[in-house]
Design a protein around this ligand. Structure first.
Ligand code: NAD
Length: 263
């Protein structure tokens, strides 16, 4: 499908892995120049970047901004504008997880999760909005979570950060509503990525279960379809929101969770 995005430019934070990489790929295959971002081995990242550029035919750049560093986040946004001359789509996707009962939750982990999962979206959005306003068009898409809408035990920092992302999304949406810019949140249920693999191990430890039991009784128990959400399903919604068809969707928190938050 052609979403009419050819010639646009995007940043996807946390796109060296998982959902972010899949979303960056989907944008690139629609003809959108993309800045990749995220942690990882520099050689592997360069291979990923070059492969996506070759497969899609668009310009694919990489910026190593650490999402805990406001100055580096601002530099990443300026880099995108310098490289591509515009910025149409900002996907705030970078995120980490840590699972622990609140009384044992390490304070440093709390601070890290709030910084990466919530505050980085503030810094990137703050830097992107003047560019988008000047263009008269822009799309900010925050990858929140079902945990932006409901809670689960042992995920205090993650749930707090994702609820914060939903609140930030609504506030930004109201501020830029008349500027041709929209801001929405996608709230996925469980997607099988390295982040979820880590959770399976952590949950097994926290709950005293085997990893197989966690997948069946904890992870997919929450999802009425009993199926993981796929990258393609998330990419389809992102492309819709980025397109002209999505122009009136603003401030929304869109669940892609197989019915989890309907319960
Ligand atoms: P992932 O671990 O596969 O990818 C996370 C990405 O964030 C990686 O590219 C990593 O390098 C990057 N990152 C982490 N710390 C960073 C930092 N300090 N600076 C820059 N980049 C950093 O995880 P994922 O499952 O693809 O998750 C992506 C997003 O989707 C996260 O915000 C996550 O909360 C959200 N989400 C995931 C699921 C799921 O089931 N996987 C469900 C709902 C929401």
């Amino acid at each position: 499908m052609d979403y009419g995005l050819k010639g646009q430019a995007a940043i996807v934070t946390g796109s060296t892995s998982g959902i972010g990489h899949a979303l960056a790929e989907a944008l690139a295959h629609q003809g959108v120049d993309v800045v990749l971002n995220g942690l990882g081995d520099p050689g592997e990242i360069e291979k990923t970047r070059a492969a996506l550029e070759a497969a899609s035919g668009v310009r694919v750049r990489y910026h190593a901004a650490d999402m805990t560093r406001p100055d580096e986040i601002a530099d990443m946004v300026a880099f995108a504008e310098r490289e591509f001359g515009r910025l149409d789509v900002l996907v705030n996707n970078a995120g980490v997880q840590f699972v622990s009962p609140i009384e044992d939750f390490p304070t440093a982990r709390w601070d890290q999760i709030i910084a990466i999962n919530l505050t980085s979206a503030f810094h990137a959005t703050k830097a992107a909005i003047p560019i988008m306003k000047a263009q008269g068009r822009g799309r900010i898409v925050n990858i929140a979570s079902a945990h932006g809408l409901v809670a689960s035990p042992f995920k205090g920092a993650y749930v707090a950060a994702k609820h914060g992302v939903v609140g930030l999304t609504k506030t930004v949406a109201l501020e830029i509503a008349q500027d041709g810019v929209t801001c929405n949140a996608i709230c996925p249920g469980y997607v099988h990525t390295p982040l979820v693999d880590g959770q399976i191990k952590d949950q097994a430890k926290a709950r005293g279960l085997t990893e197989e039991q966690v997948v069946k009784d904890v992870i997919l128990a929450a999802q009425p379809t009993k199926k993981f959400v796929t990258f393609e399903q998330l990419a389809g919604l992102l492309l819709y929101l980025a397109s002209d068809m999505g122009a009136s969707v603003n401030g929304a928190s869109l669940s892609v969770d197989g019915g989890w938050t309907a319960e």
